[in-house]
Design a binder for this molecule. Structure first.
Ligand code: CP3
Length: 372
């Protein structure tokens, strides 16, 4: 950790797309160029939740510190962020945090309970609860993560971009109302239907907080931003367009001048991926339920795409994993603008060796393909 801390003292303030210390910047990296749909020497790959319990180095840190302690300590969060970059050879780092901490600053009492996942002690249940939520600036409430971004950016080579992220308003509203994870999001959806005005106020407050947080991450040195709408697929297209889309449009519009590519990721939204994409983002992240060639033909060549290996394929023997990777690459096709990823977060039972082999294989296969 000494090198990280030393680096941070000497690092000049960095602005998005402008890393004053180095000649080549993360803006020239394969990942950022692929986000911009430029032709690149091989397909870049990174994995959602690439820092996590499947890695022994991660488990060693989390044995000593709680999730919230690890997130709010910049040196620890920076160390966890760099672990998979060193161990796996992935083409990008993603800042170690979670999508839920912004809710703490708004006044929700969040904890990560081992075995059960996130819990909120005082969830939003009636319209008045919405009006009690604050919208403080990220520089005040999420300082640990912004400082971790500064440390990581100073420690990473310019070939590796750092991804900053936030949850999307709908996914965070679900957590705020349910008070934790859920199968069907029935409390959140019932609130949405019964209290449309309060729902709108909640979503607007979330947009304010999330937009400010994402912009602050870019100012701190994030080279790419990702918005996770992990639970959007709980809605059908009509409800998505009524209750989610206007707020996502507002969020993505607020990022239009940020100067770094933005990834719009959701799961379970294959049936209305055009509506999802219409909200914004340079890259559309796809889960494994929708084949990439189908997405390409629906979205046209105007967007880069990210995905979409089934995370459970990483639990399969190599011959099956390899066949599934080949299928993803074949369906991604030869148009520029593909970032390889899994279709949702990596599972704790995943073997580190399989992930390493996956990264190598994607690099090799796509390098050969581009020379043909
Ligand atoms: O991708 C990364 O490596 C960056 C870090 C990151 C985490 N969570 C770390 C984490 C990111 C981007 C997330 C996003 C996140 N968190 C989402 C959206 C993406 C998705 O997977 O759907 C959601 C819905 C959450 C909420 C969340 N956080 C849940 C439901 C859980 C418990 C389930 C689980 O896997 O344990 C978490 C905890 C969490 N977030 C862990 C990590 C590494 C595990 C914590 C631990 O026990 O060490």
């Amino acid at each position: 950790m000494e090198t990280l801390q030393a680096a941070s003292h000497h690092a000049p303030p960095v602005r998005p797309g402008q890393h004053a210390t180095s000649r080549s910047t993360a803006a020239d990296s394969l990942m950022v160029r692929a986000c911009r749909r430029e032709v690149v020497p091989h397909t870049p790959i990174w994995l959602m939740r690439q820092a996590g319990r499947y890695m022994p180095e991660y488990r060693a840190i989390r044995a000593r510190q709680s999730m919230l302690e690890a997130i709010s300590d910049p040196a620890v969060a920076a160390e966890i962020t760099l672990q998979p970059v060193d161990a796996l050879g992935v083409d990008a780092a993603i800042i170690f945090s979670d999508i839920l901490p912004p809710l703490i600053g708004m006044g929700l009492e969040l904890d990560f309970v081992s075995g059960t996942g996130p819990r909120i002690a005082n969830p939003v249940r009636v319209p008045h609860d919405v009006d009690m939520l604050g919208t403080p600036p990220a520089e005040q409430t999420l300082r640990g993560t912004l400082d971790a971004i500064r440390l990581v950016r100073a420690a990473l080579p310019s070939s590796k971009p750092l991804i900053g992220f936030a949850g999307a308003p709908f996914t965070l509203a679900c957590y705020a109302i349910e008070g934790g994870g859920s199968q069907r999001y029935e409390t959140a959806k019932a609130f949405m239907y019964a209290e449309p005005a309060a729902w709108s106020r909640l979503m607007r407050r979330l947009v304010t907080v999330l937009s400010d947080y994402l912009l602050a991450q870019a100012r701190a040195g994030a080279d790419v931003l990702q918005v996770f709408d992990s639970w959007a697929g709980a809605l059908g297209p009509h409800d998505y367009n009524r209750f989610v889309r206007p707020y996502n449009v507002k969020l993505f519009n607020s990022l239009s001048g940020v100067g770094v590519p933005v990834i719009n990721f959701s799961t379970g939204t294959g049936a209305y991926i055009d509506d999802v994409a219409a909200c914004g983002g340079d890259v559309v992240g796809i889960d494994w339920r929708t084949p990439l060639d189908a997405v390409r033909s629906r979205l046209g060549a105007t967007r880069a795409i990210m995905g979409n290996l089934d995370p459970i394929a990483l639990l399969a023997p190599w011959r099956e994993l390899k066949a599934q990777v080949d299928d993803v690459l074949r369906r991604a096709g030869s148009n520029p603008g593909h970032i390889f990823n899994i279709g949702h977060g990596i599972l704790p039972a995943t073997s580190v060796d399989n992930v390493r082999r996956l990264v190598e294989y994607v690099h090799e296969q796509t390098a050969i393909a581009s020379k043909e």
